[in-house]
Design a protein around this ligand. Structure first.
Ligand code: SF4
Length: 741
């Protein structure tokens, strides 16, 4: 007696009306996922997954009941978090259950309103509109903006589909907003985008220098690792604000905003003048030191007050601490990356590590801390700024290598680089780009100079937004909204700040008709007519195996990672892990691996480079009309970016003020006759917002601070970009404060 398999829920939802799709395409949505959680999960047991919020990459244990996760706890045996999690991680499941989850495709009708349509109609409309735009205006007239929030395999699929299948040239990601500066600085200095550290370094250092990093709040589990440090370390914080991290530090240098390059050059010069450098390391492993030495010679310690607003004695204490340290580590995040000279500032940090020989040893390094859970995946495998696997679109041998691995014609691979995010926005304003596909990011909230960003998106002929939530500031502008599954509702891998690939799994069903981004890309490839190019990519793990091949021979080589099960069993594996290292089926790499232990960098001569430049004032500084310097940044450990997820948790909402607060120094508040909690208007040349005054000495006189999470903050920010990384400078705008009546 033959048995007829009933169509799965998704088969019924997506394909019943059309019926034209192949069995092969149906396999992934129908057969994989809930109930077949990979790597050892049991319907009523516990399985592990890497967290989907920030780049720390904590391991979580998901507790399953009847095949679904009902609760979670931090994984004790995960080499990242060692049994700890921050509030966001604890609430990872809660935020999936929000009322504004996108559950059906939505298409804008003639009345200008979004209305539900079938996936079949959504896909036909998507392809027809984009192909029509390409036919009229050229292939490059459609573009995509991706994210650091989806799985590496999904990024790989999207980038391959868009560029090799759909003929797009331009695609970038929201990682431009957080990590582009670190990418460019590492590439130029080390020869590859290679953060050298491992989290054990937080515990190994005897001196930790944080530049523009409020680790306590932005990366609380990394801060916990600092607190475990048994060496009674000196902790130096370089930040205009007296942040939570600065309060806990042994030394705080509250410099004037955007004078960090001058300060770092001053420190370098003083170290050189005193002979407190590692001449042997410099000679053996670097290039350009003599020119650097000349460049920093004018940066005298006694000028610190004039140049940076810092007492020379305070700067000297830090220089002495760096000299006295045996294992000095330098860390930076958005205070450096989001700067008009971010790349050269990051390289000023790298230069300090190189000249003092503080790299490649435990507890050392010039270490960029990433933002999003998969920013590193985006940097290496999204096919945006690099050809996948850290390759170069402009190099013929790289294009041929990838074409051979993917078995596609090499002519399908663009020979030039994409425009960066700001270039894509500029292209829309000029009318060169008319169709845009936005995946898991929210530029109408997060892009700098928000009003201009919204007006830019409204110029598009066709805007497709693919997201978990239909309510984001960008989704409501969409012509077509595609409902996506989120973390926990699909599987794939992320790469964290210390280069660790970690597996996340499907442990709950996606709501309604929402699909994994991976499935959506499969659907698009089918309706576009290029699915034969990706016919072997049926599951994320299939794509992971392709990623491995693309990484072969690169600094980010992961050919030694056998499969998802190995990743799961190891609790994540750092790159590089080469096939040649492995020794048998049960081989596991060391859980903590740092780069440059042999002093060999990725430039052809094996040496790192000293790179430097003259500091310049930012494009906008406080003036008579707008006398205050606006700083923006992370609000609390319970908030994440544009709050599309974290605002959905009642627990998290109790951990931050839902009223927008602007931090203002007591001196400025007195001068403006502002009392704590008064309503005020914060005004810049670009906009005006309302907030309550938080009178606090955590900001200096003349400075104010706003959390980036509120939807109005970027109405004020000033659109300036680093010349090399094109990363927006979110932390310098001139504003004034007026008491509300
Ligand atoms: Fe998740 Fe980051 Fe919190 Fe860890 S620190 S639990 S990775 S959000």
């Amino acid at each position: 007696m033959s048995t007829v398999t009933p169509p799965s829920r998704l088969q019924q939802l997506i394909y019943a009306k059309d019926g034209s799709l192949t069995r092969d395409l149906l396999l992934y949505p129908g057969e994989y996922g809930l109930g077949k959680v990979p790597a050892g999960a049991k319907p009523n047991g516990t399985t592990t997954s890497v967290c989907g919020f920030c780049s720390t990459g904590c391991g979580l244990e998901l507790h399953m009941k009847d095949g679904q996760a009902v609760n979670l706890s931090p994984a004790v045996d995960w080499p990242v978090n060692l049994g700890m999690a921050c509030p966001k991680g604890w609430e990872s499941i809660t935020v999936l259950k929000a009322h504004d989850r996108a559950t059906q495709p939505l298409l804008k009708g003639a009345d200008g309103k979004l209305a539900p349509v079938s996936w079949d109609e959504a896909m036909k409309t998507f392809c027809a509109r984009f192909k029509d735009i390409q036919a009229k205006h050229g292939n490059d007239s459609v573009a995509f903006l991706s994210t650091g929030q989806i799985a590496t395999e999904e990024m790989f699929f999207l980038g391959s589909l868009a560029k090799f299948g759909m003929g797009m040239l331009h695609g970038d990601g929201n990682t431009r907003q957080c990590m582009a500066t670190a990418v460019v600085s590492y590439k130029e200095s080390f020869g590859f985008d290679a953060p050298p550290f491992t989290y054990a370094d937080f515990e190994e250092s005897d001196v930790l220098v944080f530049v523009g990093s409020n680790l306590c709040i932005a990366h609380p589990i990394m801060w916990e690792r600092v607190l475990r440090n048994p060496h009674d370390p000196k902790i130096i914080v370089i930040d205009p604000r007296r942040t939570e991290t600065a309060v806990a530090a042994t030394h705080h240098l509250p410099l004037r905003p955007k004078t960090d390059m001058a300060l770092l050059y001053t420190i370098a010069n003083e170290l050189i003048q005193r002979g407190w450098i590692d001449e042997s390391y410099i000679a053996s492993h670097t290039n350009g030191f003599d020119q650097f030495k000349q460049h920093v010679a004018p940066y005298q310690l006694e000028d610190s007050l004039a140049n940076c607003g810092l007492e020379p004695s305070a700067v000297m204490e830090v220089i002495q601490a760096i000299h006295d340290g045996q294992r000095v580590s330098f860390w930076w995040t958005m205070g450096v990356n989001q700067s008009h000279q971010g790349v050269r500032t990051a390289q000023a940090i790298i230069n300090l590590a190189l000249m003092t020989g503080n790299i490649g040893r435990p507890g050392t390094g010039a270490n960029s801390i990433t933002g999003q859970c998969n920013a590193m995946g985006s940097r290496l495998f999204s096919n945006t700024t690099n050809l996948v696997g850290g390759h170069d679109f402009t190099k013929e041998e790289d294009r041929q290598k990838i074409a051979d691995i993917l078995d596609i014609p090499v002519v399908n691979i663009p020979t030039e680089n994409s425009w960066s995010y700001d270039g894509i926005m500029e292209g829309i304003r000029r009318g060169d780009i008319r169709g845009l596909w936005v995946i898991a990011t929210n530029p109408a909230h997060s892009w700098i100079h928000q009003q201009e960003a919204k007006e830019t998106l409204e110029k598009l002929d066709f805007l497709v937004v693919q997201d978990m939530y239909h309510s984001t500031e960008t989704a409501v502008l969409a012509d077509l909204m595609l409902p996506a599954a989120g973390w926990g509702e699909k599987e794939g891998t992320f790469i964290n700040s210390e280069r660790r690939h970690g597996l996340h799994k499907k442990v709950v069903p996606a709501p309604g008709e929402a699909l994994a981004d991976f499935q959506i890309f499969r659907l698009v490839s089918h309706y576009w007519g290029c699915d034969s190019m990706f016919s072997d990519w049926k599951t994320p793990e299939d794509v992971f195996q392709v990623m491995k091949k693309c990484s072969a021979g690169q600094p980010c080589d992961i050919t030694g990672i056998r499969d998802y099960r190995m990743l799961d069993d190891a609790r994540g594996i750092q790159w590089p892990t080469k096939e040649a290292e492995s020794s048998g089926d049960d081989w596991m790499p060391q859980p903590q691996r740092r780069l440059f232990e042999d002093g060999q960098y990725f430039h052809p001569d094996g040496k790192a480079r000293f790179i430097f430049e003259q500091p310049e004032a930012p494009g906008e500084v406080p003036n008579d009309a707008f006398p205050l310097h606006l700083l923006t940044g992370r609000g609390t450990a319970a908030q994440w970016h544009t709050q599309t997820k974290t605002s959905k948790s009642a627990v998290l909402r109790t951990l931050y003020s839902t009223t927008l607060l602007v931090d203002i120094n007591p001196q400025d508040a007195d001068a403006l006759m502002i009392e704590p909690h008064d309503w005020v208007q914060v005004q810049s040349a670009r906009g005006e917002i309302r907030a309550r005054a938080n009178v606090t000495s955590s900001v200096q006189p003349g400075h104010v601070f706003l959390p980036m999470h509120n939807e109005v903050t970027n109405q004020l920010t000033y659109p300036q970009f680093d010349a090399y990384s094109r990363q927006p400078s979110y932390k310098n705008a001139a504003v004034r404060i007026v008491k509300s009546v």
